[in-house]
Design a protein around this ligand. Structure first.
Ligand code: NDP
Length: 271
């Protein structure tokens, strides 16, 4: 019987996951079906139960259900525990393994696809929401020189510093603290680009050879990437690569084989 997977969220019509996973399945000749489930905002657990009863093997979980998925999991990976959120569920009988593939996806996209080595680099993460939290530990595992986290609401950046300082050199603070400092990798993990805004980033932060990475994806360069190009960043990347790479990590968790994301970026951008 063909194995069944799905993405669950609310809203869900905008999700690219069905076309991404269909492309992965074609690429690797895996026999699976992948659907999109619109769950009522108060009906996540019931929708998951119905999916499992129909033989569903795994779910991608998106807004607003990542915390409920965390609670629903009977077992969680370390990266899901540290992220505090689950974006991938794998079902096996009564067991539900919860994982978070965002951080691993970002790291793979940066190192494997873009060829940017993280070891020894000075990293700046802008933003301290769910996306930022999910990527700190996987970035730290690559032995960067340091990770600075800047956020508009400073307390949230300081909370991430407290959470991750035991694992490596992490500091949190506001944007003003960044003046006269330079970074090799600047990750925009804020949602500012969605509304055409730019976090209050001092202009001199882009070191020579630096990579500017915006987690947001859409048509054309974001305001942050345009700013980064004008202020000396050597390499620019938007969030399409991360989107594909976190999906590939989910696929790997479910199927044990890892898709190559590179051929698919053009397909997604072209739509
Ligand atoms: P959250 O809502 O949890 O956090 C949003 C963050 O953005 C907060 O730190 C917030 O600061 C900051 N922010 C929003 N507007 C501004 C602004 N104008 N100036 C400065 N800071 C701002 O969102 P997530 O962390 O879940 O997601 C962040 C972005 O990452 C989203 O746009 C999402 O699309 C993208 N993303 C992409 C993925 C991919 O695969 N490519 C995966 C996951 C996320 P404050 O705390 O002060 O409000």
């Amino acid at each position: 019987m063909t194995d069944l997977y799905a993405v669950i969220g609310n809203p869900i019509a905008q999700s690219k996951s069905p076309q991404i996973h269909a492309a992965f399945a074609r690429e690797l000749d895996e026999d699976l079906r992948y659907e999109a489930i619109l769950a009522p905002r108060d009906g996540f657990a019931a929708a998951v139960a119905a999916f499992r009863a129909a033989g569903g093997r795994g779910l991608n979980v998106t807004v607003p259900f990542k915390l409920e998925a965390f609670a629903l999991a009977t077992e969680r990976t370390e990266r899901a525990e540290q992220a505090g959120a689950v974006n991938t569920l794998k079902f096996d009988g009564e067991d539900a393994l919860g994982d978070n593939t965002d951080g691993a996806g970002l790291v793979r996209d940066i190192q494997d696809r873009l060829g940017f080595v993280l070891s020894g680099k000075r990293v700046l993460i802008m933003g301290a929401g769910g996306a930022a939290r999910g990527v700190v530990l996987p970035l730290l595992r690559e032995q960067p020189a340091s990770i600075a986290i800047a956020n508009r609401t400073v307390e949230k950046a300081l909370a991430l510093q407290r959470l991750f300082a035991p694992f490596g050199a992490v500091e949190g603070g506001d944007y003003a603290r960044l003046s006269r400092r330079q970074f090799d990798l600047i990750v925009n993990a804020t949602s500012a680009s969605l509304t055409g805004e730019l976090p209050p980033l001092p202009p001199g932060v882009f070191a020579s050879g630096s990579l500017a990475y915006d987690m947001v994806y859409g048509d054309g360069a974001t305001r942050f990437l345009i700013h980064a190009r004008e202020h000396g960043a050597a390499q620019l990347a938007d969030g399409w690569g991360m989107l594909l790479a976190q999906a590939a990590e989910s696929f790997f968790l479910w199927r044990g084989v890892r898709p190559d994301t590179r051929p698919l970026i053009g397909m997604l951008r072209g739509r």
